[in-house]
Design a protein around this ligand. Sequence first.
Ligand code: ADP
Ligand code: MG
Length: 592
Amino acid sequence: MNLLIFCFAGKEYGGSMTDTIRFEDLNLDDRILRAVTEMGFEAPSPIQAQAIPVQTEGRDMIGQAQTGTGKTAAFAIPLLQKVDPRDKNIQAIILCPTRELAIQVADEIRKLAKFMHGVKVTPVYGGQEISRQIRSLKDGCQIVVGTPGRVMDHMRRRTIRCDHVHTAILDEADEMLDMGFLEDMETILSQLPEERQTLMFSATMPDQIRRIAETFQKDPVTVRVVKKELTVPEVVQYYYEVRRDTKVEVMCRLLDMYSPKLSMAFCNTKRQVDELVGELQGRGYFAEGLHGDLKQMQRDRVMNSFRTGATEILVATDVAARGIDVGNVEAVFNYDIPQDDEYYVHRIGRTARAGNKGIAFSFVVGREVYKLRDIQRYCRTKIIPQAIPSLNDITEIKAEKIMDQVAEQISGSDLSRMVNLIEKKMLERDFTSMDVAAALLKMAMGEENEDISESGVPRWLDDLDRYGRGGYGREGRGGRGYSRDGGRGDRGWDERRGRGGSDAHRDRSRREGADGMVRLFINIGKDQNIRPGDILGAIAGESGISGKLVGSIDMYDGYTFVDVPEENADQVMKAMKNARIKGKNVRMEVAH
Ligand code: ADP
Ligand code: MG
């Protein structure tokens, strides 16, 4: 078989950062371009840029790229160019290994087809009532996305008819092979019309997958993103497992804790850039955004402001940030995990220039830890998991910084006049020297006089507080309220701890699972450097139930008990089955 291999290796591929192909260059239908814009995609990812033209030509194709590189749109865009919305017959069948993926792929295609009226996508998978799927299929749909077993089932029932299918797509073919779907894939492919386009996406190419390609594809083009060796800059790299809705808070904590003079934050979409800039500005940070929608003049203004330090946080997409070289960026935030491993290296390379020290923070949500693992493997680098800093941690670090300055004063200057003054005041007012030192420290740390109100605080923060994490974020709102060597005060936290909320919580948790709650056992605890918030985050993130529903979390050295509502217990245990917390595999079961 004649394989045409496109290799994007070495310099060529490296050049893609400076020589980006735009969606506009790919001859796309206007309606798809509009959808892509609305989804906030700034530029096609490497696999998209290479695979879309090959498919548009009508060739069969094998696409090889890692997870999270945008393969779905890489096949969905050319497919939508081809589908006839007026024809209500099934024109394309997409096979996915799991129900989740089938749903996800169907959703992504719907988003891309938003402006193409009449295109219908139906996901079919085991576990959902078949009659419902049959009804949906009967309504007329052009694209079916399904797991192999269920697709075969429908084919047998003739509720999926294949005579008009012109495109077959195997998504994550190697994964389907691992799950034992080899025969099913072959059966389905052999029942499709001869005259068709067959596309296959697979991260790896085991022999059986190669054989499917040989049997069912015609002269396929292989599009493979081969990566060049990369030198990873000397940057301290940390990652934090977060929930999507806690990213901003975590970022603010890190900003306050490390107080970098200049930092860059990277997002994957233009929309996310705008959102994050809004959030940061709303909290009083000097942040500006940079993305492809800005006119040259705006871009220049933002860059100048960043260079002079008037803007302290530059939020950008990968594409918009290319070529930016600002000397003293101290921290890089991977607010979104990059789409391409190579971007990661480009991103963190923005810091630690000219021998300076640099630090990079990556936020991972749920399954993105796998993506991070890929990055570490590919870049041969270590990204260290970190606990989200509590307000306590932040306070401590700030105090440490102030104490360094104090030490400098003590050793470097004559303080006798001050000593006399303090002695006099202590006598006058009946203070101890400890009182005075503590009060001065608190003032130096930026204690605020703002009214601290309960309102406007996200629920999850209260949740975190209940479990002893810092409740932070209210002080700074609406004003910077934070100075270089000072910081946001910890009053809110102290006060709320003082209210005794956490004691009440502890009392309740001593009982064996509160009313209507099931107590679950998890095989990790304090010894594994886990905090209650990590567990709360993992449960909410993995199972999709609101953090509010989670009850007591009782941590012990090697294990933890957590209460969840009876009706969510199964869902939680199922979702946590393959989950990891802080990179550790966990086992969860009902406590006895
Ligand atoms: P893969 O199938 O390669 O694992 P996905 O297709 O699931 O990756 O894409 C991962 C994420 O990236 C999705 O949220 C998707 O919407 C997003 N995405 C895809 N293409 C782009 C792009 N060109 N720019 C920004 N985000 C993108
Ligand atoms: Mg995929």
